[in-house]
Ligand binder design. Structure first.
Ligand SMILES: Cc1cc2nc3c(=O)[nH]c(=O)nc-3n(C[C@H](O)[C@H](O)[C@H](O)COP(=O)(O)OP(=O)(O)OC[C@H]3O[C@@H](n4cnc5c(N)ncnc54)[C@H](O)[C@@H]3O)c2cc1C
Length: 400
């Protein structure tokens, strides 16, 4: 097939949260030729992985067939992008095919980089290594945390850039609540290692989390970088300023470093001065600052707010409206205010629903309800039960 016959009006790279949401929105708004390139045959709803690790969901709850979640009328191309030629307006695929586009939307997310810390990948292959950031490691975490009777458990939060970094704390609180309910917490040493200087970057939310940390008796190591894992000795090495510390563990729950796929920068879509290589877009309109026909949102884009699925909802709305404007010859005029959300489950019944805007101001979904972020049962019901339904039935189809 020649390139002309494989041209798409809108080509989306990545059929995850952002890609399907924006494809669905564009299709519903009347754009006839929208195609999504996605190699995976199963779509995973990542937020449920925290609940799987914490013992409150099954692995199968987080997975649906890609064919089932791809919005009606959108073409799914089952392949992997290996490079983009933004000057020639083509995309090269792993199969050797080349596709041409009128507009390109990059929503390829972040890659987990267990290999970025010496020993971390090998540690995850041991029974004592688990992580909510990968589905099978989250499934492994569930019985490991549930059945622990004593010893030391270390929870490591990853450095930015990351996908919803704070949510890596969720399994720590869920497990601690379980150990307390079963009378085991006093015999388990829980250590929380974080590169941040407090539990969360927004003071009011940080105070809520610190109250829970104190309540569970969790030891903290803030401003700490994970420099090495020694799986055979079951030890981690962390650095804080000039000091290093070795901590032995019986169970290690580690969120891995993350980065955008290399082909983004290699294809010239990133700002060359960006050390991470995100798609360089205007963070308010999501249009590339380099190529007028390239757009990006979600985890792989150079957004200036915390990356999260909750942030993608308003991003998809703004991007699709701006692209529709451009397709009809107008300038993009819709702007994103940086709204994002990081729901942190702090017990088996409650969630701290951290919502804020690009300036770090609290931005509750219910306007005026200034204390909505506080630990609440209502937020738990929303995060654990309502949101997954909304995701599968509305968000992925561009309806919310
Ligand atoms: C463990 C975990 C828990 C989370 N919890 C929450 C939460 O509670 N609340 C919240 O709001 N957010 C949460 N998030 C964040 C949220 O899941 C992400 O922000 C969101 O999924 C990002 O969407 P995306 O479309 O940018 O990337 P993704 O959803 O990751 O999709 C990227 C897609 O691109 C595809 N892809 C990658 N490379 C290529 C290629 N070369 N060619 C073609 N396709 C490619 C991938 O296969 C994938 O399907 C969590 C994330 C994780 C990992």
């Amino acid at each position: 097939m020649d390139i002309e016959s494989e041209r798409h009006r809108v080509l989306v790279i990545g059929g995850g949260n952002g890609g399907l949401s924006v494809a669905g929105r564009l299709r519903r708004s009347g754009v006839k030729d929208v195609a999504v390139i996605e190699p995976r045959t199963e779509h995973v709803f990542a937020p449920l992985q925290s609940y799987i690790a914490g013992g409150l969901a099954r692995a199968s709850d987080a997975v649906r067939a890609q064919a089932e979640v791809t919005p009606r009328g959108v073409t799914w191309i089952r392949d992997r992008v290996v490079s983009v030629d933004p000057d020639g307006r083509t995309v090269a695929l792993g199969s050797g095919r080349k596709l041409a586009y009128e507009h390109l939307i990059v929503t390829a997310g972040l890659e987990t980089r267990y290999d970025a810390v010496p020993g971390l990948e090998a540690a995850m292959a041991e029974p004592s290594g688990v992580s909510s950031y990968t589905l099978d490691l989250a499934a492994k975490a569930s019985p490991a945390l549930r059945d622990l009777r004593g010893g030391t458990v270390v929870f490591v939060q990853q450095p930015e850039p990351a996908s919803a970094a704070g949510v890596s704390q969720k399994p720590m609180y869920l497990a601690s609540d379980w150990w307390r309910a079963t009378g085991r917490l006093a015999g388990i040493r829980v250590v929380f290692v974080s590169p941040e200087s407090s539990p969360f970057g927004i003071p009011a939310i940080s105070a809520e989390l610190q109250r829970k940390i104190d309540g569970y008796g969790i030891e903290t190591r803030f401003d700490a970088a994970l420099t090495e894992v020694r799986p055979q000795q079951r030890e981690i090495v962390i650095r804080r300023g000039d000091e290093t510390e070795t901590i032995g563990y019986d169970l290690l729950h580690a969120a891995p470093p993350q980065s955008p796929p290399d082909w983004i920068a290699d294809s010239g879509l990133a700002d060359p001065t960006d050390p991470h290589g995100f798609v360089d877009v205007d963070p308010e309109t999501f249009r590339s600052r380099r190529f007028d026909d390239v757009w990006a949102l979600g985890d792989a884009a150079s957004v200036t707010t915390l990356r999260s699925g909750g942030a993608i909802r308003p991003q998809a709305k703004v991007l699709s409206r701006n692209l529709l404007a451009v397709l009809s010859g107008k300038a993009p005029s819709h702007r994103y205010d940086g709204y994002t959300v990081c729901p942190i489950t702090v017990s088996r019944h409650t969630v701290v629903f951290a919502e804020f805007d690009g300036a770090g101001r609290l931005a509750p979904t219910v306007p005026g309800w200034k204390t909505l972020y506080r630990e609440r049962r209502l937020s738990y019901v929303f995060d654990r039960w309502i949101l997954p339904w909304v995701y599968w039935n509305l968000i992925l189809h561009g309806r919310a």
